[in-house]
Design a binder for this molecule. Structure first.
Ligand SMILES: [Zn+2]
Length: 152
């Protein structure tokens, strides 16, 4: 675990939430600030919009699920978060925007970081005409031993 932790703490972004929003060109509205604090004040994590909405309500932050979605996407567009789509309609938002990959446990629904240097992709196909590869995201799907594979 210690290797993971050292990688996760190496984020280039300012730890100060307000500075992060300004740096990203986002106006620090009350709702954005409140959600950003929930997201970035803790260690790196992966949250769904529903989880963050639940945390906001628990912290007496009055915000709709739609606003949480919009804010998460704005933060993602601004480079503060990375969206990890594990299944159609199921996204996690990752506060670790450094180069890394993921284990996704289909039994528990948990996403766990893999440091970028631990995954080597041997060969990549030629990207479609007129495009260039920006990055490669690897999701290694695991399930608890002895459990049947999840059916889609
Ligand atoms: Zn991650």
């Amino acid at each position: 675990m210690s290797a993971y932790i050292s990688v996760m703490q190496s984020s280039r972004l300012s730890p100060d939430v307000l500075a992060r929003l300004r740096q990203a060109g986002l106006r620090p509205t009350r709702q954005r600030l409140a959600l950003a604090r929930l997201l970035f004040d803790a260690d790196n994590r992966h949250v769904t919009a529903e989880q963050l909405h639940g945390e906001a309500l628990a912290a007496s932050i009055r915000v709709s699920l739609a606003t949480v979605y919009n804010t998460l996407h704005q933060f993602t567009d601004a480079g503060l978060l990375r969206e990890v789509v594990v299944e159609p309609g199921r996204s996690y938002f990752d506060t670790n925007v450094d180069n890394h990959h993921h284990f996704f446990c289909e039994s528990s629904g948990r996403l766990q970081d893999i440091p970028g240097e631990l995954v080597m992709v041997g060969s990549l196909p030629q990207p479609p005409d007129g495009t260039a590869i920006r990055r490669v995201d690897v999701i290694i799907r695991v399930h608890r031993e002895g459990e049947p594979e999840a059916t889609a």
